[in-house]
Design a protein. Structure first.
Length: 171
C-alpha cells in the first residue's frame, strides 16, 4: 500500500474542505475575530468567506500532517497526528461559533460534528500507535483506521450539502 494512501485516510477531511473552498494561504487561526456574533446570522457572503478561511487553515494542516509520511519514528508520527487532531478540534470550535444563514444551519452543524468526530478518531488512532514497533507498522494502523474513514465521509457529506446550497465549490 502506498504510504500516501495510508495517511490520506486520516487526513481525508482536510483535502475535502480544501477542495471545496479556496486554498488561499493563511498564517493565523483567527477567524473568530471576523465571525459574526451568535445572535445574528452571517450573510451568505460572510459565511462563504469564513468557510474559505477555514479551508485555507485546513490546507496548511494537511500539508503539516503529511510529515508523518516521512517520519522515521512512531513518536514523530504520533505527534503529527495529535497536532492534526488539535487542528480538527479548532475547526469544530470555529464552525460551532458561526451563526450561518438559515439554509446552511443543518449542514454547518453536521460539518462541526464531523470535524469533532475526526478529532476524536485521530486521537484514538494516535493512542493505538503505542503498540506499533516501528514507523511502517504505525502507518499500517493509520491505513486501517475505520473511524477516521467514517469521519472523513461525514465531512464529505456535509461539504456536499454546502456545495449544493452554493456556499462552497468543487475543485
Amino acid at each position: 500500500m502506498k504510504r500516501s494512501r495510508a495517511i490520506s485516510l486520516a487526513v481525508a477531511s482536510c483535502a475535502a474542505l480544501a477542495a471545496c473552498s479556496s486554498s488561499a494561504p493563511s498564517t493565523a487561526k483567527q477567524t473568530s475575530a471576523s465571525t459574526p456574533s451568535p445572535a445574528k446570522a452571517a450573510s451568505a457572503a460572510q459565511y462563504k468567506s469564513l468557510l474559505k478561511t477555514i479551508a485555507a487553515e485546513e490546507n496548511l494542516a494537511q500539508h503539516a500532517v503529511q510529515k508523518a509520511f516521512h517520519a522515521s519514528s512512531v513518536t514523530a508520527i504520533r505527534q503529527d497526528l495529535l497536532s492534526f487532531a488539535t487542528d480538527q478540534q479548532h475547526v469544530t470550535t470555529e464552525l460551532s461559533a458561526i451563526s450561518p444563514p438559515a439554509d446552511a444551519r443543518a449542514a454547518n452543524t453536521a460539518l462541526a460534528q464531523a470535524f469533532s468526530d475526526n478529532a476524536n478518531a485521530t486521537r484514538r488512532v494516535a493512542a493505538e500507535l503505542a503498540s506499533a514497533p516501528n514507523a511502517k507498522a504505525a502507518l499500517h494502523i493509520i491505513a486501517t483506521a475505520k473511524s477516521a474513514q467514517r469521519s472523513g465521509q461525514e465531512i464529505d457529506t456535509a461539504l456536499h450539502k454546502l456545495q449544493q446550497l452554493g456556499y462552497t465549490h468543487g475543485s
